[in-house]
Design a protein around this ligand. Structure first.
Ligand code: ADP
Length: 450
């Protein structure tokens, strides 16, 4: 079945955020990691049901890489998504428009437009529910302009200008215009007329104001026929209603349905973000936990073996309870480990240890896995060789449960699934580690494993 929306996301957790909003708006969605080698149908052989899919989001790592690489990966994703029948392409970037003066947002949008033989696209970074809005082309985070929101200090892509028309103009040789709030408040027809006027003037790129969900609905109606739209995940929540209006998308009662979950529950945390530290503290009040120490990991294999023994002891219980293995530490602890081992080596040691624990323990009975940390999630997913994720219900904004074919399922149980949730740094409430498993149980009652 051809898909309706094809997403191209410039990072992993951004892809999940987009996929999560599509599911919430009624589209059955799959996230793929990198551009797949084969057509979508091939995935069925892996045990993941890809027969009923309305949207696919390709997760790339193209936000901060060299521009040429970002363009070639995005074009490869576009070709693959077109081959799956995508009617509309959605280029997803961060709602804080994370980019450098050279790109990669402008150059990638230009390349995609050209490949689609199209002459105009819209830029809609707003995500009102998370406090990101755009007024007169200026991006706000809560009540602060982007350049005064903390984003001006970002280590990779400091955002020092909130005027998105100006920021984008530096990233493209083509004209950049504005569809402002006054026009949006007149409705979709007025918005469409403004887009057409700009198009007639040769303006390829249109930055769109949006203050709230209503503005996003108007934009979705005005943009539904565009071959390419770009933005944060806010717009994605408004598009599916337009697809249904056009008759492209059936009414689905629950797009978040996953197979029943199976197996023991484990949390692996390599994130040291403030919210993750609170989540670790909350979880350890009630549950068994093992603290990984990078210095001890470096000194001998015994520390890794101790973590493995701890986990195996948990798994041996008659009805294993969720347990945690974490490297998460307060800033002083992180600094001390980095001083002794080096920043890169400390990080890699932990990512490697957590990834290796994940693959061993998933083959020994873990079937529900929560990973905290963006980089940590990348390491775990790649160690488990996971290429596709079916997106399920939301735990907290931006973080859904997902399912992949169970990496340890043999030919005797091809239908076995690994339930997985990947949480980046500051996402989720304080009780996220405990509540996540309750949410999964409520959504997808567990099956006894054979
Ligand atoms: P977040 O999403 O919170 O940024 P990430 O997983 O992306 O989390 O990044 C955290 C990084 O910190 C990882 O590379 C991880 O291996 C590293 N790390 C985790 N714990 C420690 C620690 N105790 N000391 C030093 N580095 C650590």
């Amino acid at each position: 079945m051809p898909i309706v929306l094809g997403g191209i996301a410039d990072d992993f957790t951004g892809a999940t955020d987009l996929a999560n909003n599509l599911v919430r708006a009624g589209m059955r969605t799959v996230q793929v990691i990198g551009v797949p080698q084969d057509a979508l149908q091939e995935g069925e052989a892996n045990g993941l049901d890809l027969t009923e899919v309305d949207a696919v989001v390709v997760a790339l790592k193209s936000r901060s890489c060299p521009v040429d690489q970002a363009i070639s990966e995005s074009l490869a994703a576009l070709e693959w998504l077109k081959a799956q029948g995508a009617r509309q392409l959605f280029f997803k970037y961060c709602s804080t428009f994370d980019s450098t003066p050279e790109g990669n947002i402008g150059p990638v949008a230009d390349a995609l437009l050209e490949a689609l033989d199209s002459t105009q696209t819209a830029f809609v970074p707003a995500f009102p529910i998370n406090g990101r809005s755009v007024y007169q082309g200026h991006l706000f985070v809560g009540d602060r302009l982007l350049n005064d929101s903390g984003m001006q200090h970002h280590p990779l892509n400091p955002m020092t200008d909130a005027d998105i028309v100006r920021v984008l103009s530096r990233q493209t040789p083509h004209g950049v215009g504005l569809l402002n709030h006054a026009t949006l408040s007149e409705g979709a027809q007025a918005a469409g007329e403004r887009l057409a006027t700009l198009k007639a003037q040769g303006v390829r790129h249109v930055v769109c104001d949006s203050l709230d969900e209503r503005d996003l609905e108007v934009l979705a109606e005005a943009l539904v026929e565009h071959a390419l739209v770009t933005g944060g995940s806010g717009l994605a929540q408004a598009l599916p209603a337009q697809y249904r209006r056009k008759g492209w998308l059936a009414q689905i009662d629950d797009a978040a349905v996953l197979a029943p979950a199976q197996g023991a529950a484990m949390v692996l945390s390599g994130s040291c973000s403030r919210m993750t530290l609170k989540q670790v503290a909350h979880f350890t009040q009630q549950h068994a936990a093992f603290a990984l120490d990078p210095v001890k990991l470096n000194a001998s294999d015994a520390h890794f073996e101790a973590a493995l023994d701890f986990a195996r002891e948990q798994l041996a219980a008659a009805d294993p309870r969720p347990f945690l293995i974490y490297a998460s530490a307060e800033p002083e602890g992180v600094k001390a480990a980095q001083a002794s081992l080096g920043v890169k080596q400390a990080g890699e040691l932990i990512e490697c240890a957590l990834a290796s624990l994940a693959s061993t323990l998933v083959s020994e009975g873990v079937g529900r896995l929560l990973v905290a940390g963006g980089e940590t999630s990348g390491a775990v997913v790649s160690a488990l060789d996971i290429r596709e994720l079916r997106i399920g219900g939301q735990i907290d904004p931006g973080v859904p449960w997902t399912q992949a074919p169970h990496p340890a399922s043999g030919p005797s149980r091809p239908e076995a699934m690994l339930s997985l949730t990947l949480k980046s740094g500051n996402f989720g409430g304080e009780d996220f580690f405990t509540r996540a498993f309750d949410v999964l149980d409520a959504m997808n009652p567990r099956e006894e494993t054979a």
